[in-house]
Ligand binder design. Structure first.
Ligand code: AMP
Ligand code: MG
Length: 484
């Protein structure tokens, strides 16, 4: 393919030792058809697809024709899946290479659903259209909510069916990430007990994501601290908008601090800390309120990988790592409190802030109040719900207003702060389903409209009230299924 798109591949991962990857190309598909292309992201990447016709684009985003300069591979990694350790790897994805923009920003370009690899185990290496479009929608929503995330550049139908419970339309997602290095990547290399390769991985990760510690004499410790900081921030952001990742296995936790692997994820409607949408999460391991302790658990697995390079004396290394991991709670709680104070537009500090926040959360839980809309209501948005007239709520509002008057705040300043962090729009589960059902019938209008609305969550334009309504009451609990 002629390189008039502006691709600029430089493939550093492919130069890592053999143990890190399998050299492999995407498996060609029968009849590719581009379904959606993320023009805004293309522009950010400095890529221009406007001169390419649809057939060529379809062949490109299906992996049938690879751009010049790529060096494709499947990455090796391991992971604790629901607590159980397994050697994994890209079983249905291929990294075609790293595109470097004119601003020298490096992005992984990966095809997900691109066929079998040596890591596929029993799987077919393929993905279905619904879950790939779901990843596209939710990752765009997370990005628009100003939360670090991998992104979706395109979805292409393969023209082949995939066998799941039913026969489904096959599809490939083009995923863009600042890298795909995961906690599981470290676990894979650490499991091989080759200290030289572990060092290579640390150096590579630091070069790519944390160059500020490049010449540190305590690189492993510094890296651990930085990743903890990034992950705390990420989880606090998820908690801010009511996002439930759903499958926080260690292979789905990126070292960059980006949200990765959109499978059974979904946004919470009414506030309940125990909310779980994933059909396979029977015991609520990845429930909304479990996300912080699970992040800490995953980071402890990351710390374990680093032990040999934290200190030559193993006991000392374990002691150091344990102290760092134990500090997770402090970092997280501080960030969480600040975040919740912003959601309520509170400036300064007050000893009763935590209680004020908790009493609102308890009220929401007890009254099944919508998480997003409650904050919208407090920002004086037109939210119609009788629940906000109840005395239990108006009493709380009085306390909140009294607290708000402290610290030289005024209403304008307060609302300004709240508007930055409280979305009016989240991708509501029933709206996502609607878009996916229509897309399956080859009607993409609902999807396009949904995307246009979720791309401006803090200041939506036009008539968006239907996107604010919680799902209609239903006897059946909303369930999501792993990215099949
Ligand atoms: P995930 O649940 O998407 O994070 O995937 C967990 C692991 O299963 C990864 O190693 C994937 O590559 C692999 N996997 C998931 N689906 C498939 C599939 N259809 N074929 C092969 N491997 C898969
Ligand atoms: Mg995964």
């Amino acid at each position: 393919m002629k390189n008039n798109i502006n691709w600029n591949f430089d493939n550093s991962y492919s130069k890592l030792p053999e143990a890190f990857k399998e050299i492999i190309k995407p498996v060609s598909v029968l009849n590719p058809e581009l379904v959606i292309l993320n023009e805004e992201l293309a522009e950010e990447l400095g890529l221009d697809f406007s001169k390419i016709d649809k057939n060529e684009l379809s062949a490109l985003f299906a992996g049938n024709v690879l751009p010049q300069g790529t060096s494709s591979l499947a990455q090796a990694y391991a992971g604790h899946q629901f607590g159980h350790f397994t050697m994994l790897g890209d079983g249905r994805a291929v990294l075609i290479g790293e595109h470097v923009t004119s601003q020298k920003k490096r992005y992984d370009i990966q095809f997900k659903g691109s066929g079998r690899t040596s890591f596929s185990r029993g799987g077919d290496g393929r993905a279905a259209l619904g879950p790939m479009l779901r990843e596209y929608i939710i990752s765009e929503a997370i990005h628009s909510l100003n939360i670090p995330t991998t992104r979706s550049l395109a979805v292409t139908k393969t023209g082949e069916k995939v066998v799941r419970e039913n026969l489904l339309e096959g599809a490939i997602l083009t995923r863009v990430a600042s890298s795909h290095i995961r906690v599981g990547t470290f676990q894979y290399i650490a499991a091989k007990q080759n200290i030289n390769e572990l060092e290579i991985l640390i150096d590579y990760t630091v070069d790519r994501h944390y160059p500020e510690i490049k010449s540190s004499k305590t690189k492993a410790v510094d890296l651990l601290n930085l990743v903890i900081e990034k992950q705390c921030q990420l989880i606090v952001d998820w908690m801010r908008v009511g996002f439930i990742h759903g499958v926080m296995n260690t292979d789905n936790m990126a070292i960059s601090g980006e949200t990765i692997d959109y499978g059974p994820c979904a946004f919470m409607d009414h506030y309940d800390p125990k909310t779980v949408f994933s059909s396979i999460d029977k015991f609520g391991r990845y429930a909304f309120s479990n996300q912080p302790p699970i992040a800490k658990w995953n980071l402890a697995r990351f710390a374990e990988c680093l032990i040999p390079l934290i200190d030559k004396d193993e006991d000392q290394a374990i002691k150091t790592a344990t102290e760092i991991i134990d500090n997770f709670q402090n970092i997280y709680e501080k960030k969480w409190l600040n975040m919740m104070k912003s959601k309520l537009g509170l400036f300064g500090e007050n000893k009763d802030d935590q209680d004020l926040i908790n009493s609102l959360l308890n009220w929401m839980k007890k009254n099944k109040a919508d998480y997003t809309n409650t904050f919208s209501y407090l920002m004086e948005m037109p939210i119609k719900d009788e629940i906000y007239n109840e005395k239990s709520f108006t009493d709380w509002v009085k306390k909140w207003k009294n607290r708000s008057r402290l610290n030289n705040s005024n209403k304008e300043k307060q609302i300004k702060l709240m508007k930055k962090v409280n979305p009016l729009i989240i991708p509501r589960n029933h709206k996502v389903e609607e878009a996916l059902i229509d897309a399956d019938k080859d009607n993409y209008k609902t999807l396009v409209r949904l995307l246009s609305i979720i791309q401006k969550p803090y200041n939506p334009k036009g008539n968006f009230s239907e996107f604010q309504s919680p799902p209609p009451a239903s006897k059946e609990k909303y369930q999501t299924f792993c990215g099949t």
